[in-house]
Design a protein around this ligand. Structure first.
Ligand SMILES: Cc1ncc(COP(=O)(O)O)c(C=O)c1O
Length: 398
Protein backbone atom coordinates (compact mmCIF):
# COMPACT_ATOMS: atom_id res chain seq x y z
CA UNK A 1 0.00 0.00 0.00
CA UNK A 2 1.29 3.47 -0.77
CA UNK A 3 2.10 5.96 1.96
CA UNK A 4 -0.46 8.34 0.46
CA UNK A 5 -3.38 6.12 1.39
CA UNK A 6 -1.99 4.92 4.69
CA UNK A 7 -1.82 8.40 6.13
CA UNK A 8 -4.91 10.51 6.81
CA UNK A 9 -4.88 13.51 4.51
CA UNK A 10 -3.82 16.67 6.37
CA UNK A 11 -6.12 18.75 4.20
CA UNK A 12 -9.36 16.76 4.29
CA UNK A 13 -11.34 17.26 7.50
CA UNK A 14 -11.15 14.13 9.57
CA UNK A 15 -14.86 13.23 9.86
CA UNK A 16 -14.68 9.57 8.77
CA UNK A 17 -12.84 6.58 10.10
CA UNK A 18 -11.65 5.47 6.68
CA UNK A 19 -10.48 2.10 5.41
CA UNK A 20 -6.91 2.70 4.13
CA UNK A 21 -7.63 2.11 0.46
CA UNK A 22 -8.30 4.59 -2.35
CA UNK A 23 -10.64 3.51 -5.12
CA UNK A 24 -9.90 4.58 -8.65
CA UNK A 25 -12.33 2.93 -11.07
CA UNK A 26 -15.21 0.53 -11.25
CA UNK A 27 -17.08 -1.75 -13.61
CA UNK A 28 -20.39 -3.38 -12.76
CA UNK A 29 -20.28 -4.59 -9.16
CA UNK A 30 -16.49 -4.39 -8.95
CA UNK A 31 -14.05 -1.60 -8.13
CA UNK A 32 -10.26 -1.30 -8.29
CA UNK A 33 -7.97 0.69 -6.03
CA UNK A 34 -5.00 2.84 -7.01
CA UNK A 35 -2.73 -0.20 -6.72
CA UNK A 36 -4.84 -2.26 -9.10
CA UNK A 37 -6.36 -4.48 -6.41
CA UNK A 38 -9.92 -5.62 -7.19
CA UNK A 39 -12.89 -5.58 -4.78
CA UNK A 40 -16.42 -6.92 -5.01
CA UNK A 41 -18.63 -4.01 -4.01
CA UNK A 42 -21.29 -5.16 -1.54
CA UNK A 43 -21.71 -1.61 -0.22
CA UNK A 44 -22.56 0.22 -3.46
CA UNK A 45 -21.42 3.60 -2.12
CA UNK A 46 -23.85 2.99 0.83
CA UNK A 47 -26.92 1.99 -1.20
CA UNK A 48 -26.21 4.62 -3.87
CA UNK A 49 -24.76 2.88 -6.95
CA UNK A 50 -28.03 1.33 -8.13
CA UNK A 51 -26.64 0.48 -11.58
CA UNK A 52 -23.16 -0.39 -10.36
CA UNK A 53 -20.15 1.38 -11.80
CA UNK A 54 -19.49 2.69 -15.33
CA UNK A 55 -22.89 1.53 -16.58
CA UNK A 56 -22.82 1.28 -20.40
CA UNK A 57 -26.11 3.17 -20.80
CA UNK A 58 -26.00 5.59 -17.86
CA UNK A 59 -22.53 7.00 -18.57
CA UNK A 60 -23.20 7.99 -22.23
CA UNK A 61 -26.52 9.58 -21.18
CA UNK A 62 -24.71 11.65 -18.54
CA UNK A 63 -22.00 12.60 -21.05
CA UNK A 64 -24.71 13.74 -23.44
CA UNK A 65 -26.28 15.83 -20.68
CA UNK A 66 -22.93 17.32 -19.62
CA UNK A 67 -22.38 18.58 -23.14
CA UNK A 68 -25.85 20.21 -23.22
CA UNK A 69 -26.54 21.73 -19.78
CA UNK A 70 -25.40 20.94 -16.23
CA UNK A 71 -27.19 23.60 -14.22
CA UNK A 72 -29.32 26.64 -14.74
CA UNK A 73 -31.38 27.76 -11.76
CA UNK A 74 -34.83 27.21 -10.36
CA UNK A 75 -35.69 30.70 -11.60
CA UNK A 76 -36.46 28.89 -14.86
CA UNK A 77 -38.30 25.72 -15.75
CA UNK A 78 -36.10 22.63 -15.89
CA UNK A 79 -37.69 20.08 -18.26
CA UNK A 80 -35.93 17.14 -16.60
CA UNK A 81 -37.69 17.98 -13.32
CA UNK A 82 -41.08 17.48 -14.95
CA UNK A 83 -39.90 14.20 -16.51
CA UNK A 84 -38.49 12.75 -13.29
CA UNK A 85 -41.33 14.07 -11.12
CA UNK A 86 -43.94 12.51 -13.44
CA UNK A 87 -42.15 9.18 -13.20
CA UNK A 88 -41.87 9.30 -9.38
CA UNK A 89 -45.55 10.22 -9.14
CA UNK A 90 -46.43 7.26 -11.38
CA UNK A 91 -44.31 4.82 -9.36
CA UNK A 92 -45.47 6.05 -5.95
CA UNK A 93 -49.15 6.85 -6.57
CA UNK A 94 -48.50 10.27 -4.99
CA UNK A 95 -48.92 13.80 -6.39
CA UNK A 96 -45.86 16.02 -6.82
CA UNK A 97 -42.14 16.34 -6.06
CA UNK A 98 -39.61 18.83 -4.65
CA UNK A 99 -36.00 18.26 -5.74
CA UNK A 100 -32.87 18.76 -3.64
CA UNK A 101 -29.41 17.16 -3.44
CA UNK A 102 -29.17 14.63 -0.62
CA UNK A 103 -31.03 12.56 1.93
CA UNK A 104 -30.82 15.04 4.77
CA UNK A 105 -32.04 17.82 2.51
CA UNK A 106 -35.03 15.73 1.47
CA UNK A 107 -35.75 15.06 5.15
CA UNK A 108 -35.37 18.74 6.08
CA UNK A 109 -37.96 19.57 3.44
CA UNK A 110 -40.26 16.86 4.83
CA UNK A 111 -39.91 18.28 8.36
CA UNK A 112 -40.70 21.77 7.08
CA UNK A 113 -43.77 20.43 5.27
CA UNK A 114 -44.94 18.76 8.51
CA UNK A 115 -44.46 21.92 10.57
CA UNK A 116 -46.22 24.16 8.06
CA UNK A 117 -49.00 21.60 7.61
CA UNK A 118 -49.60 21.96 11.36
CA UNK A 119 -49.21 25.73 11.48
CA UNK A 120 -51.68 26.07 8.58
CA UNK A 121 -54.17 24.12 10.72
CA UNK A 122 -53.63 26.49 13.65
CA UNK A 123 -51.13 24.38 15.61
CA UNK A 124 -48.52 26.86 16.85
CA UNK A 125 -45.99 24.28 18.11
CA UNK A 126 -46.24 21.22 15.89
CA UNK A 127 -44.73 17.93 17.08
CA UNK A 128 -43.51 14.99 15.01
CA UNK A 129 -43.31 11.35 16.10
CA UNK A 130 -39.92 9.74 15.38
CA UNK A 131 -38.35 6.40 16.28
CA UNK A 132 -35.69 4.82 18.42
CA UNK A 133 -32.63 3.87 16.31
CA UNK A 134 -33.84 6.05 13.42
CA UNK A 135 -31.33 7.79 11.15
CA UNK A 136 -32.41 10.78 9.10
CA UNK A 137 -29.20 12.76 8.49
CA UNK A 138 -26.59 15.02 10.05
CA UNK A 139 -28.09 18.51 9.82
CA UNK A 140 -29.27 20.00 13.12
CA UNK A 141 -32.94 19.12 12.50
CA UNK A 142 -32.46 15.70 10.89
CA UNK A 143 -29.89 14.82 13.55
CA UNK A 144 -32.46 15.76 16.20
CA UNK A 145 -34.95 13.40 14.53
CA UNK A 146 -32.26 10.69 14.52
CA UNK A 147 -32.53 8.22 17.39
CA UNK A 148 -28.87 7.60 18.12
CA UNK A 149 -27.53 9.51 21.15
CA UNK A 150 -23.94 9.12 19.88
CA UNK A 151 -24.84 11.25 16.85
CA UNK A 152 -26.30 14.00 19.09
CA UNK A 153 -23.29 14.24 21.39
CA UNK A 154 -21.55 17.59 21.18
CA UNK A 155 -24.17 19.28 19.03
CA UNK A 156 -26.87 20.43 21.42
CA UNK A 157 -29.23 22.05 21.87
CA UNK A 158 -31.27 19.78 19.63
CA UNK A 159 -34.28 20.95 17.66
CA UNK A 160 -37.40 20.52 19.74
CA UNK A 161 -40.76 19.12 18.72
CA UNK A 162 -39.95 15.42 18.38
CA UNK A 163 -41.66 12.60 20.29
CA UNK A 164 -39.68 9.35 20.23
CA UNK A 165 -41.24 5.88 20.25
CA UNK A 166 -40.03 2.28 19.75
CA UNK A 167 -40.60 0.54 16.39
CA UNK A 168 -43.34 -2.00 15.73
CA UNK A 169 -45.43 -1.14 18.80
CA UNK A 170 -48.72 0.55 17.99
CA UNK A 171 -49.69 0.82 21.66
CA UNK A 172 -46.50 2.75 22.39
CA UNK A 173 -47.30 5.43 19.82
CA UNK A 174 -50.91 5.64 20.99
CA UNK A 175 -49.71 6.18 24.56
CA UNK A 176 -46.97 8.65 23.65
CA UNK A 177 -49.40 10.86 21.74
CA UNK A 178 -52.50 10.41 23.94
CA UNK A 179 -54.44 13.66 24.23
CA UNK A 180 -51.68 15.66 22.47
CA UNK A 181 -53.28 18.02 19.93
CA UNK A 182 -49.90 19.22 18.61
CA UNK A 183 -48.90 16.04 16.79
CA UNK A 184 -48.84 16.62 13.02
CA UNK A 185 -46.84 13.75 11.55
CA UNK A 186 -45.15 10.38 12.01
CA UNK A 187 -41.69 10.11 10.42
CA UNK A 188 -39.86 6.80 9.95
CA UNK A 189 -37.82 4.50 7.71
CA UNK A 190 -39.63 1.39 6.42
CA UNK A 191 -36.40 -0.50 7.07
CA UNK A 192 -34.02 1.37 9.35
CA UNK A 193 -30.64 1.39 7.63
CA UNK A 194 -28.00 2.98 9.86
CA UNK A 195 -29.91 1.74 12.90
CA UNK A 196 -29.04 -1.86 11.98
CA UNK A 197 -31.37 -3.08 9.15
CA UNK A 198 -34.50 -3.08 11.31
CA UNK A 199 -37.68 -3.62 9.27
CA UNK A 200 -41.05 -2.22 10.32
CA UNK A 201 -43.56 -5.09 10.28
CA UNK A 202 -46.19 -5.01 7.54
CA UNK A 203 -49.05 -5.15 10.01
CA UNK A 204 -47.53 -2.28 12.01
CA UNK A 205 -47.23 -0.15 8.86
CA UNK A 206 -50.90 -0.79 8.10
CA UNK A 207 -51.95 0.06 11.66
CA UNK A 208 -49.87 3.22 11.47
CA UNK A 209 -51.52 4.26 8.21
CA UNK A 210 -54.88 3.84 9.88
CA UNK A 211 -53.80 5.81 12.94
CA UNK A 212 -52.47 8.67 10.78
CA UNK A 213 -55.81 8.78 8.93
CA UNK A 214 -57.83 8.75 12.15
CA UNK A 215 -55.77 11.54 13.70
CA UNK A 216 -55.16 13.66 10.58
CA UNK A 217 -51.37 13.19 10.81
CA UNK A 218 -49.03 13.10 7.84
CA UNK A 219 -47.36 9.72 7.31
CA UNK A 220 -43.82 10.61 6.27
CA UNK A 221 -41.66 7.69 5.16
CA UNK A 222 -37.92 8.18 4.76
CA UNK A 223 -37.14 5.86 1.85
CA UNK A 224 -33.69 7.40 1.34
CA UNK A 225 -31.91 4.08 1.92
CA UNK A 226 -34.58 1.38 1.51
CA UNK A 227 -36.32 2.94 -1.52
CA UNK A 228 -35.60 2.96 -5.26
CA UNK A 229 -36.01 -0.73 -5.84
CA UNK A 230 -33.64 -1.99 -3.20
CA UNK A 231 -36.15 -4.35 -1.55
CA UNK A 232 -37.69 -5.55 -4.83
CA UNK A 233 -40.46 -2.93 -4.95
CA UNK A 234 -39.91 0.69 -5.95
CA UNK A 235 -40.47 1.73 -2.34
CA UNK A 236 -40.19 -0.60 0.63
CA UNK A 237 -43.52 0.51 2.17
CA UNK A 238 -45.29 -0.81 -0.95
CA UNK A 239 -44.91 -4.32 0.49
CA UNK A 240 -47.56 -3.23 3.04
CA UNK A 241 -49.91 -1.88 0.35
CA UNK A 242 -49.89 1.60 1.90
CA UNK A 243 -49.19 5.05 0.41
CA UNK A 244 -47.46 7.72 2.50
CA UNK A 245 -48.26 11.44 2.47
CA UNK A 246 -44.61 12.51 2.25
CA UNK A 247 -41.66 10.42 1.01
CA UNK A 248 -38.05 11.65 1.01
CA UNK A 249 -35.74 9.91 -1.47
CA UNK A 250 -32.03 10.25 -2.32
CA UNK A 251 -29.14 7.74 -2.46
CA UNK A 252 -30.04 5.27 -5.26
CA UNK A 253 -32.20 7.70 -7.22
CA UNK A 254 -29.27 9.06 -9.25
CA UNK A 255 -27.09 5.95 -9.24
CA UNK A 256 -24.17 8.00 -7.90
CA UNK A 257 -25.00 11.51 -9.05
CA UNK A 258 -26.04 13.57 -5.98
CA UNK A 259 -29.81 14.01 -5.86
CA UNK A 260 -32.66 14.20 -3.37
CA UNK A 261 -36.42 14.38 -3.74
CA UNK A 262 -39.49 14.73 -1.57
CA UNK A 263 -42.57 13.13 -3.05
CA UNK A 264 -45.87 14.45 -1.65
CA UNK A 265 -49.39 13.08 -1.69
CA UNK A 266 -52.57 15.18 -1.84
CA UNK A 267 -52.49 16.20 1.87
CA UNK A 268 -48.98 17.61 1.57
CA UNK A 269 -48.60 18.61 -2.07
CA UNK A 270 -49.58 22.27 -1.71
CA UNK A 271 -48.23 23.01 1.77
CA UNK A 272 -45.06 24.64 0.43
CA UNK A 273 -45.67 27.70 -1.70
CA UNK A 274 -43.27 30.07 -3.55
CA UNK A 275 -40.80 31.52 -1.06
CA UNK A 276 -41.23 28.74 1.53
CA UNK A 277 -38.34 26.51 0.49
CA UNK A 278 -35.66 26.18 -2.14
CA UNK A 279 -32.25 24.90 -3.19
CA UNK A 280 -29.73 26.38 -5.63
CA UNK A 281 -28.57 23.04 -7.01
CA UNK A 282 -31.80 21.11 -6.39
CA UNK A 283 -33.33 19.70 -9.56
CA UNK A 284 -30.39 20.62 -11.82
CA UNK A 285 -30.39 19.24 -15.34
CA UNK A 286 -27.56 16.74 -14.74
CA UNK A 287 -29.12 15.23 -11.60
CA UNK A 288 -32.53 15.02 -13.28
CA UNK A 289 -31.05 13.17 -16.25
CA UNK A 290 -29.34 10.77 -13.85
CA UNK A 291 -32.66 10.07 -12.12
CA UNK A 292 -34.61 9.64 -15.35
CA UNK A 293 -31.99 7.32 -16.88
CA UNK A 294 -31.53 5.32 -13.67
CA UNK A 295 -35.24 4.55 -13.52
CA UNK A 296 -35.42 3.86 -17.27
CA UNK A 297 -32.57 1.34 -17.06
CA UNK A 298 -34.03 -0.25 -13.91
CA UNK A 299 -37.28 -0.81 -15.81
CA UNK A 300 -35.63 -2.01 -19.03
CA UNK A 301 -33.39 -4.46 -17.19
CA UNK A 302 -35.91 -5.72 -14.63
CA UNK A 303 -33.78 -4.64 -11.67
CA UNK A 304 -36.62 -4.79 -9.13
CA UNK A 305 -37.08 -8.47 -9.88
CA UNK A 306 -33.30 -8.91 -9.81
CA UNK A 307 -33.06 -7.25 -6.38
CA UNK A 308 -35.80 -9.53 -5.07
CA UNK A 309 -34.40 -12.76 -6.55
CA UNK A 310 -30.69 -12.20 -5.98
CA UNK A 311 -31.48 -10.70 -2.56
CA UNK A 312 -33.47 -13.78 -1.53
CA UNK A 313 -30.62 -16.00 -2.78
CA UNK A 314 -28.02 -13.96 -0.88
CA UNK A 315 -30.08 -13.99 2.31
CA UNK A 316 -30.58 -17.76 2.12
CA UNK A 317 -26.87 -18.31 1.44
CA UNK A 318 -25.89 -16.09 4.39
CA UNK A 319 -28.39 -17.90 6.57
CA UNK A 320 -27.02 -21.30 5.63
CA UNK A 321 -23.35 -20.26 5.97
CA UNK A 322 -23.70 -18.21 9.16
CA UNK A 323 -27.20 -18.48 10.61
CA UNK A 324 -26.49 -21.36 12.98
CA UNK A 325 -23.22 -20.00 14.43
CA UNK A 326 -23.59 -19.16 18.15
CA UNK A 327 -22.22 -15.63 17.61
CA UNK A 328 -24.76 -14.78 14.91
CA UNK A 329 -27.98 -13.28 16.25
CA UNK A 330 -29.92 -12.88 13.03
CA UNK A 331 -29.74 -12.56 9.25
CA UNK A 332 -32.41 -10.05 8.26
CA UNK A 333 -33.62 -7.56 5.67
CA UNK A 334 -35.23 -7.76 2.29
CA UNK A 335 -34.02 -7.78 -1.31
CA UNK A 336 -30.55 -6.28 -1.53
CA UNK A 337 -30.72 -4.57 1.87
CA UNK A 338 -29.44 -7.22 4.26
CA UNK A 339 -27.92 -7.26 7.71
CA UNK A 340 -26.12 -9.95 9.69
CA UNK A 341 -26.26 -9.12 13.39
CA UNK A 342 -23.50 -10.58 15.55
CA UNK A 343 -23.44 -10.82 19.32
CA UNK A 344 -20.40 -8.53 19.60
CA UNK A 345 -19.20 -5.30 17.96
CA UNK A 346 -17.59 -6.18 14.64
CA UNK A 347 -16.34 -2.95 13.03
CA UNK A 348 -12.96 -4.63 12.54
CA UNK A 349 -14.52 -6.78 9.82
CA UNK A 350 -14.75 -3.82 7.41
CA UNK A 351 -10.95 -3.66 7.02
CA UNK A 352 -10.55 -7.42 7.01
CA UNK A 353 -13.17 -7.74 4.28
CA UNK A 354 -11.40 -5.08 2.21
CA UNK A 355 -8.13 -7.01 2.61
CA UNK A 356 -10.00 -10.05 1.30
CA UNK A 357 -11.35 -8.06 -1.67
CA UNK A 358 -14.88 -7.31 -0.43
CA UNK A 359 -16.46 -3.95 0.41
CA UNK A 360 -19.02 -4.01 3.25
CA UNK A 361 -19.98 -1.80 6.16
CA UNK A 362 -20.81 -2.40 9.79
CA UNK A 363 -23.60 -0.34 11.30
CA UNK A 364 -25.10 -0.10 14.79
CA UNK A 365 -21.76 -1.56 16.04
CA UNK A 366 -22.57 -5.20 15.42
CA UNK A 367 -24.55 -5.46 12.16
CA UNK A 368 -22.75 -6.33 8.92
CA UNK A 369 -24.60 -4.39 6.23
CA UNK A 370 -24.83 -5.48 2.59
CA UNK A 371 -26.40 -2.98 0.16
CA UNK A 372 -24.78 -3.86 -3.20
CA UNK A 373 -25.72 -2.51 -6.63
CA UNK A 374 -29.08 -3.83 -7.87
CA UNK A 375 -27.33 -5.37 -10.90
CA UNK A 376 -25.67 -7.97 -8.63
CA UNK A 377 -25.74 -11.48 -10.10
CA UNK A 378 -26.40 -14.73 -8.26
CA UNK A 379 -22.77 -15.73 -8.86
CA UNK A 380 -21.60 -12.47 -7.30
CA UNK A 381 -23.95 -13.05 -4.34
CA UNK A 382 -22.29 -16.45 -3.85
CA UNK A 383 -18.89 -14.77 -4.06
CA UNK A 384 -19.90 -12.31 -1.30
CA UNK A 385 -20.76 -15.22 0.98
CA UNK A 386 -17.60 -17.12 0.06
CA UNK A 387 -15.49 -14.08 0.98
CA UNK A 388 -17.44 -13.03 4.06
CA UNK A 389 -18.30 -16.31 5.81
CA UNK A 390 -14.72 -17.37 6.69
CA UNK A 391 -13.99 -13.88 8.05
CA UNK A 392 -17.04 -13.98 10.30
CA UNK A 393 -16.28 -17.53 11.45
CA UNK A 394 -12.69 -16.61 12.31
CA UNK A 395 -13.79 -13.41 14.04
CA UNK A 396 -16.35 -15.22 16.19
CA UNK A 397 -13.74 -17.79 17.19
CA UNK A 398 -11.40 -15.06 18.53
C1 LIG B 1 -32.69 6.62 5.93
C2 LIG B 1 -31.72 7.74 5.69
N1 LIG B 1 -32.15 9.00 5.69
C3 LIG B 1 -31.32 10.02 5.47
C4 LIG B 1 -29.98 9.81 5.24
C5 LIG B 1 -29.08 10.99 5.02
O1 LIG B 1 -28.73 11.04 3.68
P1 LIG B 1 -27.49 11.95 3.20
O2 LIG B 1 -26.27 11.31 3.73
O3 LIG B 1 -27.59 11.91 1.70
O4 LIG B 1 -27.72 13.31 3.74
C6 LIG B 1 -29.49 8.52 5.23
C7 LIG B 1 -28.05 8.27 5.02
O5 LIG B 1 -27.52 7.25 5.34
C8 LIG B 1 -30.37 7.45 5.46
O6 LIG B 1 -29.95 6.18 5.48
Amino acid sequence: MTAFIEAASPHVMNTYGRVPIALERGQGSRVWDVNGKQYLDALGGIAVNTLGHNHPRLVPALQDQLSKLIHTSNYYHVPGQEQLAAKLVELSGMQNVFFCNSGLEANEAALKIARKFGVDKGIAKPEIVVYEKAFHGRSIATMSATGNPKIHTGFGPLVEGFIRVPVNNIEAIRQATEGNPNVVAVFFETIQGEGGINPMRIEYLQQLRQLCDERGWLMMIDEVQCGMGRTGKWFAHQWAGIVPDVMPLAKGLGSGVPIGAVVAGPKAATVLQPGNHGSTFGGNALAMRAGVETIRIMEEDGLLANAATVGAHLKAALQSALGSLPGVKEVRGQGLMLGVELTKPCGVLVGRAADAGLLISVTADSVIRLVPPLILTTAEADEIVALLAPLVQAFLAE
